[in-house]
Design a protein around this ligand. Structure first.
Ligand code: 5AD
Length: 345
């Protein structure tokens, strides 16, 4: 496997078959070499910096019914809430004082958050924090909506494609959701000038190695600025309650491969990765990740925004949370950056 990793490192690409071999290889030496090379590449462009993004979960209402997700419309046990303008601004204020320089407003697809309402919040944040990046993660919206929010001052948008396989997409989403529309949204976001993030879940039910190859090929086409991947984790009140979750080792292999294929991408060690293993995020950082997204939602919201079971809810909301995170990052051999952390050119 050594030759494959070195080839990937040198050329930034592999054939489908080579990728499949690498993805399937559970040997410890493979994981170690991938991590070593991924870490070298990440250091080349980003040094030892880890960028923090303050995550504000603005709504647990969602009109969609994705089979894997704990806030899907038909999940009866999900407690619904939405933050109002003032609560969102208060979260950002706390985050700013904690040193965060990117705010991510994420939520289910909730019609309450109209373009006008969002633009009002975005322009207020833009004015208050000229040195911060504003990231949105609000799902599929019209090209017009993306344009308005960009003009109001938003910089980045996260929208995972979830899976680039038509067949798998239709097994994990209801019929009214379309992969083509999601892909259209991603290209619209890029055209609008957003730094755009996409990504997929690892180990979602029915996913095969071929599906993962499709995800990688799609990302190569899209060339996003940010790639978010994390293990699928079952949620007890969804149709996938009895399915197996994605593994730490496969997620790490994919993170290493993605770092080698996309040397400059912003790659988070996700909350899901931290949820399946106490050392998940640390291993992620050591395998090419350079972003962590501490949660700065109010405590009550954090408890209700349950995409999957046992979500890690500790983290960034307090000075103590941030200093623990800082210790974790430093123990892994990195340091927290005190800047917006845009994608390098
Ligand atoms: N396990 C892991 N990740 C999930 N997401 C949604 N449900 C789950 C789950 N059960 C991810 C999706 C979505 C992101 C916000 O959270 O990929 O894009």
């Amino acid at each position: 496997m050594t030759e494959l990793i070195e080839k990937l490192c040198k050329t930034g690409d592999l054939s489908d078959n080579e990728l499949k071999m690498l993805i399937a290889d559970t040997a410890v030496q493979t994981a170690e070499l991938l991590a070593k090379r991924a870490d070298e590449v990440r250091r080349k462009y980003y040094g030892n910096k880890v960028f923090l993004r303050g995550l504000i979960e603005i709504s647990s209402y969602c009109k969609n019914d994705c089979l894997y997700c704990g806030i899907r419309r038909s999940c009866k046990s999900a407690e619904r809430y939405r933050l109002d303008r003032q609560q969102i601004l208060d979260c950002a204020d706390i985050g700013y004082k904690l040193g965060l320089r990117t705010f991510v407003m994420q939520g289910g697809e909730d019609a309450f958050f109209t373009d006008d309402y969002m633009c009002g919040i975005i322009s207020e944040l833009r004015q208050r924090y000229p040195d911060c990046a504003i990231t949105l993660s609000l799902g599929e919206r019209s090209a017009e909506s993306y344009r308005k929010m960009k003009e109001a001052g938003a910089d980045r948008y996260l929208l995972r494609h979830e899976t680039a396989s038509q067949e798998l997409y239709s097994k994990i989403h209801p019929a009214e959701m379309r992969l083509d529309n999601r892909i259209k949204c991603l290209y619209n976001l890029k055209e609008t000038g957003f730094q755009t993030g996409s990504g997929f879940m690892v180990g979602v039910p029915f996913q095969t190695a071929d599906d993962i190859i499709k995800d990688i090929r799609f990302l190569q086409e899209l060339q996003p600025h940010m790639i978010g991947i994390g293990p699928f984790i079952p949620h007890k009140d969804t149709p996938f309650r009895n399915e197996k979750g994605g593994t730490l080792s496969l997620t790490l292999r994919l993170l290493g491969i993605l770092r080698l294929m996309f040397p400059k991408v912003l790659l988070p060690a996700t909350t899901a990765l931290g949820t399946i293993s106490p050392v998940g995020r640390e291993l992620g950082l050591k395998t090419g990740c350079n972003v962590i997204m501490p949660n700065i939602s109010p405590e009550d919201a954090r408890k209700k925004y349950n995409l999957y079971d046992n979500k890690l809810i500790s983290g960034g909301e307090t000075a103590e949370g941030i200093s623990l995170l800082k210790a974790e990052i430093e123990a892994a051999g990195y340091e927290i950056a005190d800047e917006r952390g845009d994608c390098v050119k």
